[in-house]
Design a protein around this ligand. Sequence first.
Ligand code: PLP
Length: 424
Amino acid sequence: MAALTELSSAELRELHAQLTADYAALVERGLSLDITRGKPSAEQLDLSNALLTLPGEGNYRDAAGTDLRNYGNPQGLPGLRAIFSDVLRVPVPQLLALGSSSLTIMHDVVVHALLHGLPESERPWSREETVSFICPVPGYDRHFAITEHLGIRMIPVAMTDAGPDVAQVERLLAEDPTIRGMWCVPVHSNPTGAVYTEEVARALVSLPAASDFRIFWDNAYAVHHLTDDVPEPIDILSLAAEAGNPDRVFVFASTSKVTYAGAGVAFFGSSPENVSWYLSHAAVQSIGPDKLNQLRHVQFLKDEAGVKAHMLRHRALIEPKFTAVSEVFERRLSPYGAGSWTTPTGGYFVSLDVHDGCAERAVALAAQAGIAVTPAGSTYPYHRDPRDANIRIAPTMPSLAELVDALEGMCTAILLAEVEQLLG
Ligand code: PLP
């Protein structure tokens, strides 16, 4: 089979007639499938159901005998911080276990910086005429939503397989003094699955930048591997300190996709100075986190080996779904040169690029056929994908059969959108 771009007009018209018929049959099926968001499936959530009976009556004290039903301990339980300290490469005293959403912490950190400034800031960020963030693209829509919502200008930078394009970041930092932050998902990035190399990480913490420039190192997928090729965690705080920028990095993570999404435990880690800064503001917001939830997580996960074993059970459930994505795309899109996609070694997403100018139409066609996909453009700041090419696929939530149905329908929609475009 020849690539779409090599077909004659007559061949394209013939294919268009076939795809139109396939699409009509698809719509006729009245599907209702959803591959929009990176949510764990019910089977994945079941893996953590022991949490529902923990900590158990009479079992609410920590090793020191403290009654965890009460207020206090703004840093969170040391036992839980110890479990995640090594994989996040944040020393326990600098790692806080907080509420149930890392996204909330990221949002609040930006708000604190806007209202009060960081320790090195000349003034609160909100008193600067413009504050800008570097946004690797394609990236995580909810990161971009935080910065957009809070009036921060977003500057896209291309992602590579090794992390953001460092030369572009360097040039921007040198040229633009309004840049105060950068979003990063260093391991199994959302949505490309890229894993930052240590070389890229070292460059990011070393580049000349404003003294209150911060890297938002969102290590959401630190333990979410799909192969045996597990990347060595990057000790980003030590790299930053070695580069003479010890306060440059804020580390975030959570157990949303380890235990329960939105009902797990979120972490914040940074330099001692940044942690004090954060705690000084957090103390006004809260008299302490939900330590009972933290305690049940300690009892359930036990130690780092417990986390690893648990994540292997997740992998067993979701690896076939990622394999299905590659299999369907390879079979349906490859013969026509209709798209290219990532094959992640972990995380929750596949990033698919279709022909320029076709993503929005393909997603709309899929939606009309009852297949909900993340809106085209979502992976870019302001929902503006300059090529209108990127589509994020989130395969974990539906059953394997539903996923394959959704992907097959999606491929029909993509091919139809592309043939329509070529026929002009
Ligand atoms: N960070 C990234 C990169 C994510 O992909 C997600 C969820 O999809 C989150 C954060 C959400 O984290 P939480 O549930 O801890 O707020």
